[in-house]
Design a protein around this ligand. Structure first.
Ligand SMILES: Cc1cc2nc3c(=O)[nH]c(=O)nc-3n(C[C@H](O)[C@H](O)[C@H](O)COP(=O)(O)OP(=O)(O)OC[C@H]3O[C@@H](n4cnc5c(N)ncnc54)[C@H](O)[C@@H]3O)c2cc1C
Length: 464
């Protein structure tokens, strides 16, 4: 923390956004639309945050996209789904606010920014009782981000790359801007009447992970390199309240050795997960994030086993998975015996597992592990195997914000002039662990709080 230099700031804006990810762009665009002069600074030399890596699925309830195909949804149903998945946590007040804002935010992306948003019909994913995930047609966060960046360019919003904010400027307890390092020249000071922290969480900071989410600190990190926890460190120094710090999104299925995501759709359509003894060890329908805990506890090699029908149906709707298939990451085998031989799994145990799973999926017996959903039914030959490993995607704990995305203080009240969204803010995925994460909670907090923060910060910034 530092104060303004005697000569004043090098640049003055109404709203400074720190971080050019999904949250940062939405916040900047919303603030600009509300009449504020805005600048965005980005640590990395190009767009490379988590939103770029994501599948770009944004949950929203009651949208015109849902209504067009007869899906009856509401913010109340969405909020109930989020609460059921997350259980009790420290950011409960945000749940209703994010659910209520979600439809207008997604429709704004389409109608005001011109992004080709559509409802995902092929899957609901974890935690949602109706289809409410929305995305661009490619289902790639990179395309979502290109659309946001283009919208910012069209509006003349400056985005400075390779320009990390290194400390916040604070005067009389109010945040007034940030010091920004720029390559090859002296650090500059950007003065602002409101600052939005859109710099994501602390997934890439081992010290913060060990302190707040030690259960996942040993997993591979699959998120973006810029997530170094500045929001948490700066917030703590300003007396901000942290919430849900042990919560995170994990994923159980990173293809080995390809390093590409195996969409959980293959499990939802009937796939199973086995360990190196050839046996299942947990209910796969816990979800891709929740399943990471039993997978990590199991250790050793684990495999997703599905079949060629599931592979083709999934690849048809999810191009990234199609790339993995094209790279040989989802080979098929005529039967369980040849799969076992190729993957060095015990043949008898694997055959028994596949047979038993088939009987459960056909409704002939109850699943000893409690699974009830079997998608396309019993697996059929040819069988497909992908070796997988669990990984941390992003942290869900962070600065506690109110329903205007203002950063709250530990002793009550707010840090004046400071807003946070996305991974910088505490999310709505439970208090700790990966089991409370409903699909899309990452972008719900990024785009939803960005939308809210941008407007609120513009009001603040324009009021002086
Ligand atoms: C593989 C993968 C798939 C995912 N799929 C989905 C999905 O489909 N749906 C979903 O909801 N969520 C998904 N998530 C989670 C989601 O991507 C994140 O929760 C979300 O993108 C966070 O958005 P953000 O804007 O807060 O962060 P980011 O998109 O990471 O943006 C933050 C930016 O701030 C920059 N930055 C950091 N520190 C500074 C600093 N000091 N100064 C300047 N800039 C800084 C970073 O470099 C980064 O560019 C996925 C995550 C991963 C890893």
């Amino acid at each position: 923390m530092t104060s303004l230099p005697d000569g004043g700031a090098d640049l003055d804006v109404d709203v400074l956004v720190i971080g050019a990810g999904g949250c940062g762009f939405v916040a900047a665009l919303a603030a600009h639309e509300a009449g504020a002069e805005v600048a965005v600074v980005e640590k990395l030399p190009r767009l490379a945050g988590n939103t770029m890596l994501s599948s770009g699925s944004i949950p929203a309830a009651g949208t015109r996209f849902q209504k067009a195909v007869g899906i009856d949804d509401s913010p109340e149903l969405f909020a109930a789904d989020l609460r059921r998945t997350a259980g009790p946590h420290e950011a409960e007040a945000l749940v209703d606010r994010l659910a209520a804002t979600s439809a207008s935010m997604v429709e704004w992306l389409a109608d005001h920014l011109g992004l080709p948003i559509e409802l995902i019909g092929a899957y609901k994913h974890v935690g949602h009782s109706v289809n409410r995930l929305h995305a661009v047609p490619s289902r790639r966060g990179a395309d979502l981000m290109q659309g946001l960046w283009q919208a910012a360019e069209d509006r003349g919003i400056p985005v400075a790359f390779a320009s990390p904010a290194t400390e916040l400027i604070v005067e009389d307890g109010r945040v007034r801007g940030a010091r920004v390092a720029t390559q090859g020249s002296e650090a500059s000071v950007i003065g602002a009447r409101a600052v939005i922290l859109a710099c994501n969480g602390f997934g890439h900071d081992r010290e913060l992970l060990l302190r707040h989410a030690p259960d996942i600190a040993g997993a591979e990190y699959f998120g973006a390199l810029g997530s170094d926890g500045e929001a948490v460190r700066w917030g703590e120094a300003l007396g901000a309240r942290l919430a849900n710090m042990g919560a995170y999104q994990a994923h159980s299925a990173i293809a080995q050795p390809h390093g590409e995501l195996v969409t959980w759709t293959v499990v939802e359509k009937g796939g199973i997960i086995v360990d190196e003894t050839g046996r299942r060890f947990a209910d796969e329908t816990l979800g891709y994030s929740a399943f990471a805990a039993p997978a990590l506890a199991r250790g050793g090699r684990i495999f997703a086993i599905y079949d060629s029908r599931i592979r083709e149906a999934t690849a048809a709707g999810q191009p990234d998975f199609g790339v993995l298939v094209a790279h040989g990451g989802a080979p098929d085998y005529v039967d369980a015996a040849s799969l076992a031989a190729a993957c060095n799994l015990p043949a008898d145990a694997l055959a028994g597992t596949v047979t038993e799973a088939g009987r459960v999926a056909a409704g002939e017996m109850a699943d000893p592990l409690g699974r009830r959903q079997w998608g396309m039914g019993p697996l059929q030959g040819p069988l497909v195997a992908t070796r997988i490993a669990p990984a941390l995607f992003h942290t869900q704990g962070g600065l506690q914000v109110d329903d205007e995305a203002r950063v709250m203080r530990r002793d009550g009240g707010f840090v004046p002039g400071l807003y946070a969204g996305g991974g910088a803010a505490a999310g709505v995925s439970g208090r700790a662990g990966g089991a409370g994460y409903a699909s899309g909670n990452g972008l719900l907090a990024a785009m939803g709080l960005g939308f809210i923060a941008g407007r609120a910060a513009a009001r603040d910034g324009l009021a002086g």
